[in-house]
Design a binder for this molecule. Structure first.
Ligand code: BES
Ligand code: MN
Ligand code: MN
Length: 460
């Protein structure tokens, strides 16, 4: 029944997603605020059309949260579906092969059946919309097995500050047995996996000031501190020769995995040569003593996300800049608290600055790491669902990305989130030419109702 309904409505399911992708809901850029609001309206309308009740656009101090529910029987378990309708800015624009907000379908080596190219195709409009369509499928085929509540936000890509505000004020409304999220990925289309961990985040911006004005680099060069030289040196000193982070106390509370857990992780299929080839790398890089898979999931990191200062225009200008800047992110693992790590960074960064410069550090948003056990009904329902739709049992995998609100859900609502995502690392989220496989989109729509079915069964 469900499969047939999906088959008959495939084209429409795709066209509707394309319409959603045409609205540039860039939460970070105030020039697009109107489009973000338009997207909230479109999401709300799609919920109504799918048969969801009590659809509301809930105002917050920032962009609204779209809510809607269908309570078929209060005695049945309730699933909250979380997703986000905002997207990352599309820049650099010149690297897009087609417009970021003009969705087109193209075949790729990894997606021979085609993929939809647009900003947000995978992160997260495409994945969020699978839940709207899966709901429609269940509703129209009279096969809803659980109560469902949708909570779709518009500020995930800028830190979810107002979703935290919303959750704290709506605990009763959001009461549920599990939160289901498709905003992560799988290993590949032959090896389904379920994300059991997310890293936390501490994000800071630093400013190094040297002389009180830009100077002639001949007249003053060599005699005054060049803030760009100094900043580069300070940043370089944040890692030692083994690529360990040098901030005192940084690793103090880091959760250490047992040898058994690490051996279990190493069983996940991973091809280093393919990995290097896909990224055009001569070699990988990272913390000594850990594999690539470990480096990008169970270990904390520090990365410069942007660095600027001085003259970057055409040609050469001989100048010593007055100021230099960098944006730095630290990915955190269980045991590390964002506020504490930010403080360690600030104290350390100031302590290593020579007296020839002034240093300012401004903290940005942060977020707690998250881990989910594999022995709860939510994980088991997801595992059974994927096994049914892929014909293969999914592997638990810890991811390197962050969805800071997930730890807050656990703290405030006392429920676990299940990260049943369908994206691939190669889908280029946050990069030019982001895309989402049609196989993945429809596999998601097929798998989600199986989660509902199994979750109801396990809660009987
Ligand atoms: N959906 C991603 C996070 C993600 C992607 C987790 C793939 C695991 C696998 C999310 O939209 C995101 O981009 N999060 C940000 C953090 C946020 C505070 C901007 C991130 O991880 O950089
Ligand atoms: Mn996302
Ligand atoms: Mn994202």
């Amino acid at each position: 029944m469900q499969k047939q309904y999906i088959e008959e409505n495939k084209d429409r399911f795709l066209e509707e997603l394309k319409d959603l992708l045409r609205i540039p809901s860039i939460s970070a850029d105030s020039a697009y605020a109107g489009d973000v609001l338009k997207t909230a309206d479109a999401v709300a309308k799609s919920l109504v059309d799918a048969g969801v009740d009590n659809v509301e656009i809930c105002e917050t101090p920032g962009f609204p949260v779209v809510y809607g529910d269908k309570i078929i029987d209060p005695a049945l378990p309730t699933i909250v579906v979380y997703g986000h309708y905002d997207v990352q800015p599309p820049d650099p624009m010149d690297l897009w092969e087609s417009g970021p907000f003009e969705p087109v379908i193209k075949k790729t080596a990894i997606h021979p059946e085609g993929a939809i190219f647009a900003r947000g195709a995978c992160d997260d409009k495409g994945q969020m919309y699978m839940h709207v369509k899966a709901f429609e499928v269940m509703n129209k085929t009279n096969s809803l097995a659980c109560n469902v509540k949708f909570m779709i936000e518009g500020e995930e890509e800028i830190g979810s500050e107002n979703l935290a505000w919303f959750v704290e004020r709506n605990k009763e409304k959001l009461k549920c047995d599990v939160i289901l999220i498709s905003d992560t990925g799988i290993l590949n289309n032959d090896n389904p996996s379920i994300t059991t961990g997310l890293r936390g985040l501490s994000y800071v911006e630093v400013k190094v000031t040297g002389p009180n004005r830009d100077l002639h680099s001949g007249l003053y060069g060599g005699a005054v501190a060049n803030p760009i030289n100094i900043l580069s040196k300070m940043i370089a000193s944040l890692h030692d020769e083994n690529n360990h982070i040098t901030i005192p106390g940084f690793y103090d509370n880091v959760e250490v995995l047992s040898d058994e857990e690490r051996a279990e992780m190493a069983k996940a299929p991973f091809d280093l040569e393919k990995y290097k080839k896909a990224l055009d790398l001569g070699d990988v890089w990272g913390e000594k003593g850990y594999s690539t898979m470990e480096r990008n999931s169970i270990r904390p990191t520090l990365d410069v996300n942007g660095i600027w200062g001085g003259y970057t225009g055409e040609g050469a200008k001989t100048v010593i800049a007055s100021e230099a800047f960098a944006k730095i992110s630290m990915r955190l693992v269980p045991g590390q608290e964002p506020e504490a790590i930010t403080k360690l960074f600030v104290d350390h960064f100031k302590s290593i600055a020579p007296s020839a410069v002034k240093v300012e550090v401004t903290p940005h948003h942060g977020g707690d790491p998250y881990v989910s056990p594999t022995d709860n009904p939510g994980y088991m329902a997801a595992s059974m669902a994927m096994e049914e739709s892929y014909g293969k049992k999914p592997i638990p995998v810890r991811s390197g990305g962050s969805i800071p609100i997930v730890a807050l859900f656990e703290r405030e609502l006392k429920v676990k989130s299940i990260l049943m995502g369908f994206g691939l690392d190669s889908d280029a989220i946050h990069s030019p030419n982001e895309h989402y496989g049609l196989f993945n989109y429809f596999k998601g729509i097929e798998t989600i109702p199986l989660f509902h079915k199994n979750f109801a069964k396990l809660n009987k």
